[in-house]
Write a protein that binds this ligand. Structure first.
Ligand code: 4NP
Length: 158
């Protein structure tokens, strides 16, 4: 693993469901591996619709059942500077990725990818937007994110 701190930014549309969930799950994995000082984790939204808000209650409730506390997170919109600050900028779906690729910014530092590229065994490309879905949708988001988080940590450690 690199001596330098590795920085990971998860991105969805609103930054209140999927990317805060990914932040919380991946942060816990990093903490459990004793790597909290080596890997910095954050999340952001393509939109500013929910800027300043806590994650959706349904995401908070689903995550806490798996030992992940999202409640202190607050939404923010992705900034051009994020592409200089972060090593990985990971989109939840293809629309998020298209938005990220459209932001005029210096992108020489970071890898801008779909998060589920780190979980090829799933054969699923996107973490679907659960906002208008049933509670099962929030569990499915967690299932996908847990697998991809392990794959991402492996890649960072390799
Ligand atoms: P997220 O979910 O992108 O996973 O945070 C959404 C949250 C809010 C909206 C859409 C998606 N919205 O349209 O307000």
């Amino acid at each position: 693993m690199s001596e330098k701190q590795v920085r990971v930014l998860f991105v969805c549309l609103g930054n209140i469901c999927r990317s805060p969930t990914a932040q919380g799950v991946f942060e816990k994995l990093v903490l459990d591996h004793g790597l909290a000082d080596k890997i910095f984790v954050d999340s952001a939204g393509c939109s500013n619709y929910h800027a300043g808000q806590a994650p959706d209650k349904r995401s908070i409730n689903a995550a806490i059942k798996r030992g992940v506390d999202l409640s202190s997170q607050r939404a923010r919109q992705v900034q051009a500077e994020d592409f200089e600050k972060f090593d990985y900028v990971l989109a939840m779906d293809r629309k998020n990725l298209a938005y990220l690729n459209s932001v005029p910014a210096i992108k020489t530092r970071c890898k801008v990818k779909l998060f589920l590229e780190f979980a090829p065994e799933l054969n699923v490309a996107e973490v679907p937007d659960p906002y208008h879905d049933s509670l099962d949708g929030f569990e499915y988001v967690l299932d996908l994110i847990e697998v991809a988080s392990k794959g991402l940590l492996k890649e960072i450690q390799s």
